[in-house]
Write a protein that binds this ligand. Structure first.
Ligand code: SAM
Length: 225
């Protein structure tokens, strides 16, 4: 029995390690969020390993079924739709369950891309340490996090969806001094990759004037106070 946690591309299917390909090819089962998304990756590398879905709405019975497979000696690789499992996606719940049930089982990381690291790496913002907030909550706790961003002496990074990006940029515009750097990394590694940088009003104006760019996937970064 082996349990691997495998980083996969965040857009460009070429961004995969040789080790990830070897593991995905050799395990008995690939656990993935959406089999349609992961099948594109597996097909690209001619990998025929069977898939089983494991996502946010998978209940306790799915976790139990996966633990049983491990108990039966199966080797399993966990991937997510994009990037590193467990970083703002359901991976960590399963990893915790595996750790609890099989404390001696090595859980092996096969590192790969993550949107947070890719965005920071091209930002030029201070990033020897940073505050990562994942997705901001829609309601409870949202205001508190904005206050945290406002006061932060570190670069703050969070993920945002196309449905909320304008709302979030408007909020940053009302809160932040125009001296603070805001950067939005969009569609990293994909055809329409872009990075928009400036003060909060400048970045907000950019997206208001380019409605075609209010789609896709976003990482938002705010420089330190
Ligand atoms: N586990 C993933 C990782 O390691 O990056 C993150 C999963 S989270 C469910 C998905 C969010 O990550 C997206 O909504 C977006 O905010 C960000 N993201 C993923 N791929 C991205 C990309 N290519 N460009 C920009 N942001 C991306």
């Amino acid at each position: 029995m082996s349990f691997y946690v495998v980083g996969t591309p965040i857009g460009n299917l070429e961004d995969i390690t040789m080790r990830a390909i070897a593991v995905l090819s050799s395990v008995d089962l690939v656990l993935c969020e959406d089999t349609r998304v992961t099948s594109r990756l597996l097909e690209r590398y001619h990998i025929q390993t069977p898939m089983l879905s494991y996502h946010t709405h998978s209940g306790a019975s799915k976790v139990t079924a996966i633990l049983k497979l491990l108990e039966a000696g199966k080797s399993v690789a966990l991937v997510s739709d994009a990037g590193t499992p467990g970083i703002s996606d359901p991976g960590s719940v399963l990893v915790a369950a595996v750790r609890e049930k099989f404390p001696l089982l090595p859980i092996i990381a096969i590192p790969g891309p993550s949107a947070v690291a890719a965005a920071l790496s091209i930002s030029g913002l201070p990033s020897s340490d940073f505050l990562f907030l994942g997705f901001l909550p829609h309601k409870k706790g949202r205001e508190t996090l904005f206050k945290e961003i406002l006061a932060s002496k570190r670069t703050t990074v969070f993920y945002e969806s196309p449905h909320r990006i304008l709302k979030t940029l408007e909020k940053l515009n009302t809160l932040l001094s125009p001296k603070r750097h805001v950067m939005v990394a969009r569609e990293l590694t994909k055809v329409y990759e872009s990075i928009v940088a400036g003060s909060a009003p400048e970045v907000l104006t950019h997206f208001k004037e380019h409605a075609d760019q209010v789609r896709g996937e976003f990482v938002v970064m705010v420089g330190p106070d």
